[in-house]
Design a protein around this ligand. Structure first.
Ligand code: C5P
Length: 410
């Protein structure tokens, strides 16, 4: 964190007493801290305490003429690398959600274009109140990052969700939030950015094309939508993604390493070249067979009325290959199974046959609209058995899967 500047906004809650410790931890990592107190925050800790620990003036008023002359309030947020709100009270979160700017803290929060991380702290019933929950959804959609709250005993004598995370956990979240982000976060609650930072994940996607001659090929209806969404979700969680894609309809997401291939053979080579990886997600609809008597020139009707016969051979099974035990094997291998009947039974069998850790199975029979569509209904089969997910957008499946991968890699 050397040289990074954190604008630390301190709201009015008993958890503010943990702020001095957080400032100490941040300073020990080389970060510069500019404290800003709300009026309520100043009831729980003092500008003097925070100034001494931060080694620079704490700010608490929008109307401080001297401070404004020296460094305007917009400048305060412009100078920061990250804005952290700790504790983020229900009131401060409500102001943020509604764009209210009636004191220095809320004005800075509205004026900033930097990433904002909040550490909520409040009474359990305030946390669960529909108004707070509505505000949280809005803030998540706005890309605000969260750390906590935790479950536990509260200063008010109750028990439940609303305890602010400990300074060490907030420090970790700050470190993650400061890590370079290739793109802005998807506006979704499931994404916990940074969980996969430093990890490398290979994602295969799309169909493959197996040539018959220079203008004809064997293909399938895969659009590549699910694979692209998974790559984007993994990227948003901080992973480095090698995206090996066949000729898909859907464009690859930004911020991933794109390796374009045509055939299963090329996909196999590209996956091998991308190793080592922490995880592999094989979402491609790889052609099972390729034509062995493909022609270097365009095939012509020969006037006999007899169609040419194509000879085929089986393609390498990339999923089975990468799942083989050995140094090369990623820690987590996820396969897909598109089935048209007895989905769970076939997919459970496929998981064992291919040796992968999880199979994401879906029913692609006609009428489901899944293949080439925008929604998916999957069952994830792990060593613990099948886990049925409700039908949802492919984006949402991707985020849920990325989250699960983040948890598995720990
Ligand atoms: O056997 P099936 O094609 O149904 O298996 C599907 C799973 O195996 C998918 O994860 C797919 O990406 C992968 N696969 C592969 N190489 C093949 C065939 C399938 O990686 N040649």
């Amino acid at each position: 964190m050397n040289g990074k500047r954190i604008l630390l906004i301190v709201g009015g809650g008993i958890a503010a007493m943990k702020v001095p410790q957080l400032i100490r931890l941040l300073r020990a990592e080389g970060a510069a801290v500019t404290p800003v107190l709300t009026q309520a925050g100043a009831q729980f800790t003092t500008a003097m305490t925070l100034s001494v620990l931060a080694g620079e003036a704490a700010h608490d008023s929008l109307w401080d003429i001297e401070a404004e002359a020296e460094i305007g309030h917009i400048q305060l947020s412009r100078n920061a690398d990250l804005v952290v709100v700790v504790p983020a009270t229900a009131d401060l979160l409500a102001k943020m959600a509604h764009g209210i700017a009636d004191d220095l803290a809320s004005t800075l929060l509205l004026a900033t274009d930097k990433r904002v991380l909040v550490a909520p702290a409040m009474n359990v019933r305030m946390w669960h109140h529909p108004a707070t929950q509505r505000n949280l959804r809005t803030l998540r959609d706005d890309g605000i990052l969260f750390v906590g709250p935790e479950d536990g005993d509260m200063a008010c004598g109750e028990y439940g969700t609303g305890r602010m995370s400990e300074p060490e956990a907030i420090l970790r979240a700050i470190r993650e939030a400061l890590a370079p982000q290739p793109l802005k976060l998807l506006p979704e609650a499931q994404i916990r950015p940074g969980t996969l930072s430093g990890r490398h994940v290979i994602v295969t996607s799309g169909p493959t094309h197996e040539p018959i001659d220079p203008v004809r090929y064997i293909a399938n209806r895969s659009s590549g939508a699910q694979g692209a969404a998974i790559a984007a979700a993994l990227r948003d969680m901080g992973a480095r993604v090698s995206f090996v894609t066949g000729p898909a309809e859907v464009s690859p997401p930004d911020g991933v390493d794109v390796i374009r291939v045509q055939t299963a053979g090329q996909m196999h080579e590209a996956v091998e070249a991308a190793l080592p990886a922490d995880a592999a997600v094989m979402a491609a609809a790889v052609a099972d067979w390729r034509v062995t008597n493909s022609s270097a020139t365009k095939m012509k009707k020969d006037g006999s009325g007899r169609p040419p016969s194509l000879e085929m051979t089986e393609n390498p099974d990339i999923l089975a290959w990468i799942s083989q035990p050995g140094d090369r094997r990623p820690r987590l291998v996820v396969g897909f199974a598109a089935e048209t009947n007895d989905v769970v039974a076939h997919a459970t069998d496929k998981r064992l046959r291919k040796g992968c850790d999880w199979i994401v199975a879906n029913d692609v029979s006609e009428g489901t609209g899944i293949m080439g569509g925008t929604e998916n209904a999957v069952t994830v089969i792990t060593e613990d058995g099948p886990e049925e997910w409700p039908r949802m957008a492919k984006d949402a499946v991707a985020r849920k899967l990325a989250q699960k991968i983040g948890e598995a890699l720990g």
